[in-house]
Design a protein. Structure first.
Length: 190
């Protein structure tokens, strides 16, 4: 819980009483490798903070092909920016543990009560979302127009801690290449 409170402090200050309110609502959840935080067809029901482990956010095409959109590692929030409980009109994203994970979790309803109970909570959440959007743009924009080798090299440079923690099939999917193409790229880079 201390990691989550320290995370929040990056975006705004909470009084000791407000920290206690947040801590009382929190639940610790552990996921085994391959367990889901959000399953297919589900609506946003929980908000989570990753204390340990790596999760992947992915969707499936109509042909059943999985497309990894991004990875969530320690020190990051799993938060759907749409209204909690809202249905997903587009292809739903699934959130699956790539490694064993330890999370601090709140129900969507608990998360919403913080808006009434904690002055400034809305500002904190807006700052969290803004940072997540900046991180997403920093991940995606450099990959546009790059070849497979450049995308892989960029991934290694920006996320060296993830390279050995995620299976190559997920990494290839994230980079938009086939696993065999990734193998060829890795041979040339070594």
């Amino acid at each position: 819980m201390n990691e989550f409170l320290a995370y929040l402090w990056q975006f705004g200050r909470l009084t000791p009483h407000q920290q206690e309110v947040v801590a009382q609502k929190a639940t610790r959840v552990t996921l085994r490798k391959s367990d889901y935080f959000v399953e297919a067809g589900a609506v946003a029901q929980r908000v989570g903070f990753v204390e340990a482990g790596v999760l992947r956010v992915y969707s499936s095409t109509e042909q059943g092909e999985e497309r990894t959109r991004y990875f969530i590692e320690e020190g990051h929030l799993i938060l759907d920016v749409r209204a909690p409980g809202a249905p997903h009109p587009e292809a739903p994203c699934l959130v699956q543990a790539v490694t064993a994970c330890r999370l601090v979790v709140f129900t969507a309803q608990q998360w919403q009560t913080f808006f009434q109970l904690i002055p400034g909570w809305e500002t904190i959440v807006h700052k969290i979302i803004a940072q997540a959007m900046r991180e997403k743009m920093a991940r995606v924009l450099p990959m546009v127009g790059q070849d497979a080798a450049a995308r892989y090299t960029s991934f290694l440079t920006n996320y060296p801690q993830l390279a050995n923690r995620v299976p190559l099939t997920y990494l290839a999917s994230y980079l938009g290449i086939t696993p065999s193409s990734l193998s060829r790229v890795r041979k040339h880079i070594r």
